[in-house]
Design a protein around this ligand. Structure first.
Ligand SMILES: Nc1ncnc2c1ncn2[C@@H]1O[C@H](COP(=O)(O)OP(=O)(O)OP(=O)(O)O)[C@@H](O)[C@H]1O
Ligand SMILES: [Mg+2]
Length: 244
């Protein structure tokens, strides 16, 4: 399949309070590739993700998924292409049982309830989450919430996957499992992370965002070895390089 890329042309986002969270951002993420976004707290990373999933529209500039510009009239089409797990997984879990949450998007697409439930249970099983299938999403640990949200996105088999801080509350074993899963996927993937080792292991290319601007982008193994560049933007070498 010809997977869509993600293009940002001079994207600026100003919040109503006047904060300019993104300032003329230009980026291109090739279809089918994995791309990392790193940067300090408050750099504009989550704001960037909101522009790419159409959660909010830029003040100036344009975002395109493949050839499709993100505009009010294209939002339904865009949402059918994109799966997103937000930084705070609480924001996207709201059913009474985890299995219903995972199947919610399928149900919305007209898949019969029984079929949606079967697919959802299979996905939960893949992540070892069968024991929590009947629980309320509100009573999960934060790592479990994150996996539940991810399952709800993966069952929809999106062409573009956007993840905001996916490993921030995973234990080492789950982080490893998540990394293996992420690497096995073939859709266009964008991951925002403070976990530079995760980005090192999973993304071909990376961009550093600071104060709303892309200050560097290129091959992950070049950018994330540049200690002077990283330090300038409140980042550190991936741990594996520090040990060396
Ligand atoms: N809804 C909002 N209204 C006003 N300002 C906002 C809003 N959301 C974020 N901001 C501001 O926009 C800037 C970028 O925030 P954003 O959440 O995108 O940063 P981030 O890079 O994701 O940070 P973190 O690593 O802490 O998650 C910050 O200065 C923040 O205070
Ligand atoms: Mg954020």
């Amino acid at each position: 399949m010809n997977l869509p890329g993600i293009t940002l042309d001079s994207v600026t986002l100003e919040y109503p309070c006047g904060t300019r969270a993104l300032d003329s951002v230009n980026l291109h993420i090739a279809g089918g590739s994995a791309f990392g976004i790193v940067g300090p707290n408050g750099a504009g990373k989550s704001t960037l993700l909101n522009q790419i999933c159409g959660y909010s529209l830029p003040t100036r500039g344009q975002v395109r998924i493949g050839d499709l510009p993100i505009e009010r009239r294209t939002l339904d089409k865009i949402r059918a292409l994109i799966g997103v797990v937000f930084q705070h997984a609480d924001d996207q879990l709201f059913q009474t049982r985890v299995v219903d949450d995972v199947g919610f998007g399928l149900h919305n697409r007209g898949i019969p309830h029984a079929q949606a439930e079967t697919v959802s249970r299979e996905m939960l099983q893949r992540f070892g989450l069968t024991p929590i299938a009947e629980k309320s999403p509100f009573n999960l640990s934060s790592g479990q919430k994150r996996f539940a949200a991810l399952c709800g996105v993966l069952v929809l088999n999106p062409q573009v996957l956007l993840l905001d801080e996916p490993t921030s509350d995973l234990d080492p074993r789950n982080r490893r499992q998540f990394l293996d899963t992420f690497r096995s996927l073939s859709m266009t993937r964008l991951v925002i992370s403070h976990d530079l080792d995760f980005v090192w292991d999973s993304c071909e290319n990376v961009a550093i965002l600071d104060a709303g601007k892309v200050v560097a982008q290129g091959p992950t193994r070049e950018i994330l070895q540049n200690e002077i560049l990283l330090r300038k933007h409140h980042l550190e070498l991936p741990l594996r390089l520090q040990v060396r």
